[in-house]
Design a protein around this ligand. Structure first.
Ligand SMILES: Nc1ncnc2c1ncn2[C@@H]1O[C@H](COP(=O)(O)OP(=O)(O)OP(=O)(O)O)[C@@H](O)[C@H]1O
Ligand SMILES: [Mg+2]
Length: 319
């Protein structure tokens, strides 16, 4: 298993995005603290982290919307400090705050961005149709966007990042505030782009990162504190296992016996929760059964990305 805190940076053509000690300081606040990231071409990388961790600031520097205070980064080999115009041609950005022209309709919003990027009229029509279908807005394509709900605007905003078929996509909380159907539709579309485009996304939805990402980086207080695949991150939590048993007739004798064998045993209202470094599922079930307990269900709880996130970043609220 390979969990990393930092990745040593050496410039290479295999990578779509590389950061070299990338740093942003606002007055005295260190928002991004010397991050070192190497994102491969075609990789979908999810950046997670509590509010204020520095995710948007990092993305804004990579999109050349914000100048770094120190360090640098490359996008498809171009340097963010020296070649921002080259980078802007290659990337699509869906910002955290929806940016949309309220008085234009869907077609007009898409074609505005398409034209800025030099997409020809024929391609613009085909791509707009396809993107509007993906987000279920074909029927509302000619309505002014100011009449849309927040979620509808959000969906259109994500598609505006895609209209010019960019090589690298930055999606800052793409499915924020969307209903489950719309989230699924956007996920399915993103999955279709996997391998073809390089995608850096941020999200607070752990299931989204789990479902979409090849690798996940957890950011906290400006630093990348953990990096790995979802499975690697979860496996790192397996120092302890938890078994949950719902049963009737749990006797005090068998409860005491379990307490003498395992590190933690909690019992409330017919639910027994056993936690230890090692648990033998069959042995526990057999012992409870032979004590006269009636087991309704029993399972070992697998660690979730939520568990990883809370373990790494702590449970306290950030400002
Ligand atoms: N323009 C700015 N001026 C001053 N401070 C800023 C500015 N932009 C961001 N910050 C600060 O930088 C830190 C990181 O903010 P950032 O928006 O990057 O966090 P985030 O990880 O994207 O959080 P969220 O999950 O809430 O979107 C925060 O403390 C924020 O207040
Ligand atoms: Mg943000």
């Amino acid at each position: 298993m390979s969990l990393h805190k930092v990745e040593p940076a050496e410039a290479s053509d295999d990578f779509a995005i590389q950061t070299f000690n990338l740093t942003k300081i606002f007055n005295r606040l260190v928002a991004v603290d010397g991050i070192e990231l190497n994102i491969k071409k075609g990789e979908l990388f999810a950046l997670l982290g509590p509010n204020g961790a520095g995710k948007t600031t990092a993305i804004n520097m990579l999109c050349c919307l914000l100048k770094p205070t120190g360090g640098t980064a490359t996008v498809m080999g171009y340097d963010i400090n020296r070649q921002p115009f080259k980078i802007k041609e290659l990337i699509g950005v869906s910002p955290q705050e929806t940016v949309i022209s309220e008085r234009l309709n869907c077609w007009e919003n898409l074609s505005l961005i398409g034209k800025i990027h030099g997409v020809n009229a024929r391609e613009l029509k085909i791509r707009s149709q396809q993107l509007l279908e993906t987000i279920g807005l074909t029927g509302r394509a000619k309505d002014q966007v100011r009449k849309f709900s927040g979620g509808m605007k959000r969906r259109l905003n994500v598609m505006m990042a895609l209209i010019h078929n960019p090589e690298v996509l930055f999606l800052d909380e793409p499915t924020l505030g969307l209903d489950p159907q719309a989230r699924r539709a956007i996920w399915e579309y993103i999955v279709r782009l996997k391998g073809e485009k390089t995608i850096l996304l941020t999200t607070h939805y752990m299931d989204e990162a789990d479902f979409l990402a090849d690798r996940i980086g957890i950011m906290d207080e400006g630093k990348i504190v953990t990096l790995g695949t979802s499975t690697e991150l979860k496996t790192s939590m397996l120092e302890k296992h938890t078994m949950i048993i719902y049963a009737w007739n749990l006797t005090q004798k068998v409860i005491n016996e379990m307490r003498s064998r395992y590190a933690e045993v909690e019992v409330t209202n017919g639910t027994m929760i056993i936690t230890d470094k090692q648990l033998d599922f069959k042995e526990i079930v057999d012992r409870l059964h032979s004590s006269g307990a009636v087991i309704r269900s029993a399972y070992i709880k697998e660690p979730t990305l939520d568990d990883v996130f809370l373990h790494i970043t702590g449970k306290e609220l950030r400002e």
